[in-house]
Design a protein. Structure first.
Length: 94
């Protein structure tokens, strides 16, 4: 089975930690600005079932209102990446 390593990221406040984790593992993503584009906000709320951000969709699984630390745990637990001790330039637990 081929794993798609693509993520969709929507959010504003906690997204720096999520971005840092995606960069740490060199995972490509598409960022959607939910503030500037109401259609992206509607999409996020429809897919996640709630209005909080950031939300990230990984391989068709929506993770809602998550920190970078939570995203990293999901990626490792699901075998998408191998654990890395590389540092990030921002905190991932915010």
């Amino acid at each position: 089975m081929r794993t798609r390593r693509r993520a969709l990221l929507a959010g504003a406040l906690r997204e720096a930690g999520v971005r840092a984790v995606l960069a740490k593992y060199n995972l490509p993503y598409t960022e959607k600005d939910i503030i500037q584009n109401p259609a992206f906000r509607w999409e996020m709320e429809t897919k996640s079932g709630q209005p909080l951000s950031p939300c990230i969709e990984i391989n068709d699984k929506m993770l809602a209102d998550v920190s970078g630390e939570e995203v990293e745990k999901y990626l490792i637990d699901n075998g998408i990446v191998q654990p890395s001790h590389a540092a990030t330039d921002v905190p991932t637990n915010a």
